[in-house]
Write a new protein. Structure first.
Ligand code: ZN
Length: 279
């Protein structure tokens, strides 16, 4: 408890000058993690709920579930993954068709991150093609909520070929997972839940692989995980907070950022939309 008070006091003092000199903090943070692959949180006592393959028909209700529980999650959105009504090439899977849900996730303070434009196997793509996949998502996010993401989870968790080089150049933090819930492979919520029970709540926080395209994941598994976290005194946080905080604990200036920083989820700068509303 004493430590907690000390941390709070230090943070409020540090907050003043942390904000006065943001550049070194940003530079140090990026040199540590940009382009490397992260599979777990860097601190204990946390759990990062991370959902791939949206936006989808359940995005809005998933945001409600997280909001009602008072927790923050991370959404790895694609630009054009086919939606449930997608037939014969119509673009129901286009991110702009879920514009309101994407904005709602962002406005609610959840982390909105990239899962590429078309969900390709990027390990075998050229650097230019990989960059294009990322830039198209960035432009769509700018059009919808005015920010560019700083985090990506690659489709199929593929990080080979040119991928990591391009991510380093584009200043992306690359996320994988430490628990594959297997929802994509017909694992039941019960068997996914057993994985968490087996892995336990101790140690560095988990970053599960989950998909918001499965109703059982967004309802049954998510509610179970919220309760599991509560039972085990884990705080459910965004990926950004779960991977950055431990790095900042040695420096007071960065401690403030750890406790009160949503900015690191997104790239620095002000960006202009291009008016696009279709994929
Ligand atoms: Zn995916």
């Amino acid at each position: 408890m004493l430590f907690a008070y000390a941390v709070t006091a230090l943070a409020s003092v540090a907050g003043v000058w942390a904000r006065a000199v943001p550049s070194p903090v940003e530079v140090m943070k990026r040199t540590h993690i940009a382009g490397s692959v992260i599979t777990k949180c860097s601190k204990t006592g946390v759990l990062a709920l991370a959902y791939d393959d949206g936006p989808y028909q359940y995005t809005s209700s998933l945001v409600d579930t997280l909001n009602n529980a008072g927790v923050k999650g991370t959404f790895f959105f694609t630009g054009t993954l086919p939606g449930p009504a997608d037939t014969e090439g119509c673009d129901s899977g286009c991110i702009y068709n879920q514009r309101a849900a994407v904005k709602k996730a962002y406005d609610s303070g959840h982390q909105v991150a990239s899962h590429t434009w078309t969900h390709p196997h990027m390990g075998s793509m050229s650097a230019g093609a990989i960059q294009s996949e990322m830039e198209k998502v960035e432009q769509a996010f700018v059009n919808i909520f005015g920010r560019k993401p700083a985090y990506v989870r690659p489709p199929y968790l593929e990080t080979g070929g040119q991928f990591l080089n391009v991510m380093r150049q584009m200043n992306y933090t690359v996320i994988n997972d430490d628990i594959d819930t297997g929802d994509w492979n017909n694992q039941s919520p019960a068997s996914s839940e057993a994985m968490f029970t087996r892995a336990g709540a101790g140690g560095q926080g988990h970053i599960p692989l989950m998909h918001e395209t499965y109703q059982s994941t967004v309802t049954t598994l998510t509610n179970w995980l919220i309760n599991w976290a509560k039972t085990n005194n884990l705080k459910i946080v965004t990926i950004q907070l779960c991977v950055v905080c431990e790095l900042v604990l040695t420096l007071v200036a960065r401690l403030a950022e750890c406790l009160d920083d949503a900015g690191g989820m997104y790239k620095q700068g002000t960006f202009t939309g291009n008016g696009a509303s279709s994929c």
